[in-house]
Design a protein around this ligand. Structure first.
Ligand SMILES: *Cc1c(COP(=O)(O)O)cnc(C)c1O
Length: 231
């Protein structure tokens, strides 16, 4: 199947899940995760109408942004991977969104390094719902303090929360962590933060995420195919 056809299938999955959840399909944004795939694949998806793309690795993302410079104004680039201090500058300069804020130091650097005159960098806080020390993301009980601190930074706009739950087989098992992220966001909103983005759901658990209120699903494999890692 072509990228255009796979993209259309993903759009239909979103539409059906939204219908099942009694939600408007337009309330679920599709982020096409293009990591490991060449710029030509991003362009194919772009030509099929896709406008938001997610990248996990700084150098790879920057290279693709450069290759698609002719349509830069029409694309929204989202950085969704782990972020180290020495890479924040280029991310602050080149990307529109960062989903993986998990400590204040990174957020402070992104805010300080956002170019003057650029719109605020849209950010989400990544929450570690599986409780494993090895996974990135802030612990749920530390999310509120981090969210308030990030929301106060001048050149960032805190939009919501992101998570990457452990893979699970059944729909109910997939729904549970997504429900926890939604409840956490509800708590933060009740606490006065203006948040509108729940970044959750990937190729295997898109339906569970939409049922639990995802406003942005991050889909790689179902659009671009299976990834092969070379490094
Ligand atoms: C790779 C990745 C995705 C996409 O995963 P698929 O299972 O290929 O849809 C989504 N979010 C993050 C943070 C990723 O790293």
């Amino acid at each position: 199947m072509s990228i255009a056809q796979q993209l259309e299938e993903v759009r239909q999955r979103i539409a059906k899940a939204a219908h099942d959840a009694s939600r408007d399909a337009s309330s679920v944004h599709l982020l096409a995760v293009s990591k490991t795939f060449p710029a030509s694949d991003v362009r194919a998806a772009f030509e099929a109408g896709q406008r938001a793309f997610g990248e996990n690795y700084v150098q790879e993302g920057i290279a693709k942004i450069a290759e698609l410079a002719d349509v830069r104004g029409e694309i929204e680039w989202h950085y969704i991977g782990p972020l180290q201090s020495n890479k924040t500058k280029v991310v602050a300069e080149q990307f529109d969104w960062v989903h993986s804020i998990d400590r204040l130091k990174i957020a402070e650097r992104l805010s300080a390094q956002r170019p003057e005159g650029a719109p605020a960098l849209e950010v989400c806080i990544q929450v570690n719902l599986s409780g494993e020390a090895s996974k990135s993301g802030v612990e749920p009980d530390e999310a509120a303090a981090l969210a308030h601190a990030v929301a106060a930074l001048p050149n960032l706009r805190l939009r919501g929360l992101m998570s990457i739950p452990e893979p699970a087989e059944t729909l109910d098992a997939q729904r549970a962590p997504h429900a926890r992220l939604r409840e956490l966001m509800d708590t933060l909103r009740a606490d006065g933060l203006q948040l509108d983005t729940l970044s959750m759901g990937m190729s295997a658990d898109l339906e569970a995420a939409v049922l639990e209120g995802a406003t942005l699903v991050r889909i790689g494999t179902a659009i671009f195919g299976k990834r092969t890692y070379t490094n």
